[in-house]
Ligand binder design. Structure first.
Ligand SMILES: C[S@@+](CC[C@H](N)C(=O)[O-])C[C@H]1O[C@@H](n2cnc3c(N)ncnc32)[C@H](O)[C@@H]1O
Length: 304
């Protein structure tokens, strides 16, 4: 299906041989201008839970509808970048007309050369190869930054959520349908971590070894010389939560960990044993690991 969509848009691209004067509204740069239907714009911003504290950057902003909607309906601020001066002018005029020109700005700038660091939310409607090229830049953003793409996903980086909308008026891509992909930039937990946890009146060392492909994590924990495999779990922004059964005495004891990943520490709670109270938990980084970001790497971290 993705292949069919891609062929369709590529055909459209190839057919986009317009006289110079008419090209202005067709977009410039690496992909022609196709607006996201308004109903899809609304849903993209809802999926990202955009609100007044958000800063939205739309990569290839066209007539500005995503940033303008984020400002007008969701109270956010932000900017769009595009290379098409006609569309940029149209976007600025609409922002003024909608009374949000102070919160929705538009710049003539190549999206690949744009500083994305102010963003809490990134939106895009670009071709798969552009998404692929952008991926390292997106993964380097502050953990928790949300990314919403229209119609094309981010390849091996699996979405945290996705939605298909029926949009009868849509004639490009997969006609009549829009796909929305939602991602949360994960913190890096990959590596070896150590905790000292009081259990039954003595301090027990827990050694964690996490293997991470995008937001998916696998690994194991070593406790008192015994190793337990961790079930596959996800990092959501800088938040982590996982459970593991650890052999203790003759039986298995359920452990539940949850916390916030910081640079060199994870701070949160550990609940050891069913029905027990959570206690403060800190894990310290012993050896940093690599976030796996290639197709093969990501699959390996899941299968390991
Ligand atoms: C498919 S349209 C999407 C417009 C808008 N984001 C929306 O969803 O309605 C893609 C836009 O990206 C712009 N564009 C293409 N390559 C670009 C680049 N390298 N830098 C900035 N803008 C670019 C085009 O001019 C076009 O307006």
């Amino acid at each position: 299906m993705i292949h069919a969509k891609r062929v369709l848009w590529t055909v459209l691209l190839a057919a986009a041989v317009f006289p110079v004067a008419a090209r202005a509204q067709e977009g410039r740069g690496d992909v022609i201008y196709v607006p996201t239907p308004q109903v899809v714009v609304d849903e993209m911003l809802k999926m990202a839970k955009v609100g007044p504290s958000d800063y939205v950057i739309d990569l290839g902003s066209g007539d500005g509808r995503i940033v303008i909607t984020a400002a007008k309906k969701f109270g956010a601020r932000g900017f769009g970048v595009d290379l098409d001066t006609y569309l940029l002018k149209e976007a600025r005029t609409s922002a003024k007309k909608e009374g949000v020109a102070d919160r929705a700005q538009f710049f003539e700038r190549n999206l690949f050369e744009t500083d994305l660091s102010p963003a809490t939310v990134i939106t895009s409607y670009l071709l798969p190869e552009m998404n692929q090229k952008l991926r390292p830049k997106l993964l380097a953003l502050k953990p928790g930054t949300r990314v919403v793409t229209h119609d094309y996903d981010l390849g091996e980086w699996l979405p945290d959520e996705q939605k298909t909308l029926i949009v009868p008026e849509k004639t490009v891509g997969d006609p009549g349908k829009s796909y929305i992909f939602f991602y949360i930039v994960p913190a890096t937990i990959a590596g070896q971590w150590e905790s000292l946890i009081p259990v039954g009146g003595r301090g027990v060392i827990y050694e964690f070894d996490f293997d991470q492909g995008f937001q998916q994590v696998s690994g194991d924990v070593r406790v008192d010389g015994k190793e337990a495999r961790l079930p596959l779990f996800k990092v959501r922004g800088d938040q982590v939560s996982f459970e593991v059964d650890v052999a203790q005495g003759a039986g298995l004891v359920k452990h539940r960990f949850q916390g916030r990943i910081q640079r060199d520490a994870i701070e949160g709670t550990a609940t050891i044993g069913s029905g027990q109270k959570p206690q403060k938990w800190t894990a310290r980084l012993k050896k940093r690991g690599e976030l796996r970001v290639s197709a093969l790497d990501a699959a390996e971290s899941v299968l390991r």
